[in-house]
Design a protein around this ligand. Structure first.
Ligand SMILES: Nc1ncnc2c1ncn2[C@@H]1O[C@H](COP(=O)(O)OP(=O)(O)OP(=O)(O)O)[C@@H](O)[C@H]1O
Ligand SMILES: [Mg+2]
Length: 320
């Protein structure tokens, strides 16, 4: 069953220098209890997609398309209606954990405030729920650590607290924006395992946003690859890794450092990042693509395919 359906979403920003085309005609669905990954390099539009779902885009943003949550269009909702959905139905884990924690308030007070605001829970009931979520995110000795301030926790523990905050109201969907970026690899793996446990135990759907293909590998059934705000490829994660079918995805996978590479070189994709100040007139990746032909610059490729999709006019067999 589809929980969230993003349909032909485009996001533009009005700036003194002109329109920024941040997200271009993006569509995807997330089913109940599914994890969907959104991968792309810095500036590819990942965070703006998440923010648009919760109606949190900056004032200079213009959107088109639909974001259907249980069949209702979030883009068309008033702030009042959205407020009923924020935190309770859809919760967000923001890119920087410290930005969602107040350094001057104990963890207990922050979690309590959130519970009171969204659920009207106070006193013992609130305390009970707070300890429940602290346990769910596996913070050792939660009861005694509630009176601590954010800076008294390690980065990994702080990220767990932010996840606990997202869990407080039992959301159906969690938008996790780079939940592991600031952490070392071991802690990264722990946080990913935690998100997987949450998905399984609470049947929560997760939109996992990351620039790191390594994070996605073991964690998501389905991955969507963005470039310059446009979907380049969408496939089951295993299939995507085993057999990438878009030149950009191929380039990305080659750029993942590999210990078995004996030349020891880093294979970055040559060329400049895309210019979002111009509307798309062709494939945004064409200027950097080793497989590009003249036609790639002339028409915006459509996303085609059933179980797996790609936006590329070149036949897969002919790619280098
Ligand atoms: N208020 C705004 N006004 C103008 N441009 C904006 C605004 N907010 C975002 N953008 C632009 O939108 C584009 C997409 O930004 P977004 O934050 O979604 O990138 P991202 O994929 O999350 O990158 P990162 O991995 O660095 O977090 C960028 O080019 C950014 O500069
Ligand atoms: Mg971002």
């Amino acid at each position: 069953m589809t929980l969230l359906s993003v349909e032909n979403l485009s996001i533009q920003f009005e700036t003194p220098d002109g329109l920024v085309h941040a997200v271009n005609d993006v569509s995807f669905q997330i089913g109940r209890g599914e994890t969907q990954a959104l991968v792309g390099e810095s500036g590819s539009g990942k965070s703006q997609i998440a923010l648009s779902i919760l109606g949190l885009l900056a004032k200079n943003a213009r959107t088109s398309g639909k974001i259907l949550y249980n069949g209702r269009d979030l883009l068309a909702m008033s702030t009042r209606e959205l407020n009923k959905i924020r935190a309770k139905e859809i919760a967000m884990i923001f890119q920087d954990p410290m930005s969602s924690l107040n350094p001057y308030m104990t963890i207990e007070r922050q979690l309590n405030e959130s519970l009171e605001l969204h659920e009207g829970l106070k006193g013992d009931a609130a305390r009970q729920r707070v300890i429940e979520v602290m346990d769910a995110v596996q913070i050792p000795d939660a009861k005694n650590r509630l009176r601590s301030y954010p800076h008294e926790f390690s980065g990994g523990m702080r990220q767990r607290i932010v996840i606990a905050m997202a869990l407080l109201c039992n959301p159906k969907l969690i938008l996790a924006d780079e939940p592991t970026t600031a952490l070392d690899v071991t802690v990264q793996a722990q946080i990913m395992r935690l998100l997987e446990d949450i998905r399984r135990d609470f049947d929560t759907s997760i939109l996992l946003i990351t620039h790191d293909l390594g994070v996605v590998a073991g964690a998501c059934e389905d991955t969507l690859v963005l470039y310059s705000g446009k979907v380049m490829e969408r496939a089951g994660t295993r299939a995507l890794f085993a057999e990438p079918q878009h030149p950009y995805t191929r380039g990305l996978l080659r750029a993942v450092p590999n210990i078995h590479d004996d030349d020891g070189e880093l294979h970055a994709i040559p060329g400049q990042p895309p210019n979002t100040m111009r509307a798309l007139t062709g494939c945004p990746f064409a200027p950097r693509c080793v497989d590009a032909v003249d036609a790639c610059f002339a028409t915006v490729p459509e996303l085609t395919g059933e179980t797996r999709q790609r936006a590329c006019i070149r036949p897969v067999e002919e790619l280098t």
